[in-house]
Structures are given as C-alpha cells and as structure tokens.
Ligand binder design. Structure first.
Ligand SMILES: [Fe+2]
Length: 248
C-alpha cells in the first residue's frame, strides 16, 4: 500500500480512539517520496491532519511555491535566508488557546540555512504570549537535535525531530517541561532504504553511478508521537511513541 493510503487507514483507526486536539504531519515527501503538492496536502487534511510541516524537500514539487503562499496550514523551515515563499511558523486555535507550530532545519550534514537556534530564539522573543509551541526540528544528526532540545527546554511545549525516517527510543519530558524525541520516524515502505527501493540504493552506494530512486514496494510502517500538554502552562506532561505496521 502506498504511504498516503496507509496514513489514511491508520488515522481512521487511531484518531477516534485518541481524540487529539491537534494533528500535525511532516509531509515533505508525501508525493511519491518527493515534496508536497496541493492534492497530497488535501488528502492529508481529509484524513484528519490539520497542520503540515516540511524540510529539505520542501520545494521538490514546484507547485508548492504557490500553494504555500495561500495555505497557512503549511509551514516550511523558518531559517531560510532572504524571503522564501510561505511561512516558518503558524498559529492555530485549540479551544480558545493559540498553538504555534514551528518548522526549523538543522545544518550539520544537511543545509546552509541560517542558525536554527537563533531563528527560534528570535521567533519566541516576539511571541512571548503563546504558551503552546511545538517545534519540528528537521535535522540529520542526533547531536544537533539533542542540543536543540536542551536549548529550548522550558521555553516550548515540544521539540520533535524529523528527517532521519527512523524513530528513536529517547522520548521524554526534559526537566523544565519540554517534550522531546530525537526523531519521530516515518510513514512509508518498511522494506526499502528510507522509503526508497533498496536495490537502487544499493546500486548507487556500491557503484557511485547515477541511479534513479523510486518508492519501495511492499508493506508500510506508520510512526508518530502522542503529546499530552498542560492546558494551563503549555508544558509537556508526556510523550509517547505510536507505531503501526502493515501486514505482509
Ligand atoms: Fe528531510
């Protein structure tokens, strides 16, 4: 089953049970493993997703440059230099409370964007009134993500890592009340290499020749985290991993 269809299936199962106040998805690779377009975003909204974050594949579908200008539910990395299309944060309402969702990208082995630590500091300094802030830190290395968790502990509700496609087993609430996980994981093929067809990846790694990657066939995996936040303070009460696996 393709990743989007599996997302719809799992969300239809778990949302009625969990009844979350807000559903956020990193969907930088929702279009057959490359980028996001209008149709892919619509499918996620129909399935129950309310806010979409991105990452280093934000612009893989050219259409997104227009879509992101119109759709305030889509958030691209905050720390681009200059003035890229769209926004690096958005605010939605849960009940009467504002919730800010931020997407920011790491630099180690990944990008040459502006300093992610400074970018988040600057943003928080002008939005001191918002207590519920969820940061998707899209980064490659565990050290940079852990450092961001400590940097923001006590100042945001959660720092959730994305990008490596592999969930980590370090979910916790940091001492000053920020929910943290180094990587949430992915939704998509279980038996490829980060979702791509494994023979092609191996061919490229072993020969160093150009090789076309396609999405791997076979059963899917679904990874997410459930965050419980204090209504009053915005601090995290718990972080728990969710994993589902399609049967062969
Ligand atoms: Fe990524």
């Amino acid at each position: 089953m393709e990743g989007q269809a599996y997302t719809e299936r799992v969300l239809a199962e778990i949302l009625p049970e969990l009844q979350p106040d807000l559903v956020i998805a990193n969907a930088e690779n929702a279009v057959h493993g490359r980028g996001l377009n209008r149709r892919a975003a619509e499918r996620l909204y129909e399935g129950g997703v309310e806010i979409i974050t991105l990452g280093n594949h934000a612009w893989d579908q050219r259409e997104l440059m227009e879509v992101i200008e119109e759709d305030t539910r889509i958030v691209r990395p905050l720390n681009y230099p200059g003035r890229p299309p769209g926004r690096g944060w958005t605010v939605c309402k849960v009940g009467q409370r504002p919730v800010m969702v931020v997407n920011v990208m790491g630099r180690t082995f990944l990008s040459q964007l502006d300093c992610p630590f400074q970018a988040v500091d600057d943003l928080l300094s002008v939005h001191r009134d918002i207590r519920h802030v969820i940061v998707d830190f899209h980064a490659e290395v565990t050290s940079e993500k852990i450092a961001m968790g400590w940097h923001l502990d006590g100042r945001v509700s959660a720092v959730l890592g994305t990008h490596t496609h592999v969930p980590t087993a370090d979910e916790r609430v940091l001492p000053k009340g920020t929910g943290y996980i180094t990587d949430v994981g992915m939704v998509g093929p279980r038996d490829g290499v980060l979702g791509m067809e494994r023979e092609a990846v191996l061919r490229r790694m072993r020969t160093q020749l150009p090789t076309r990657f396609t999405v791997a066939p076979g059963p899917c995996q679904f990874h997410a985290v459930l965050l419980d936040l204090s209504d009053e303070t915005g601090r995290a009460l718990s972080v728990s991993r969710i994993a589902r696996y399609e049967q062969d």
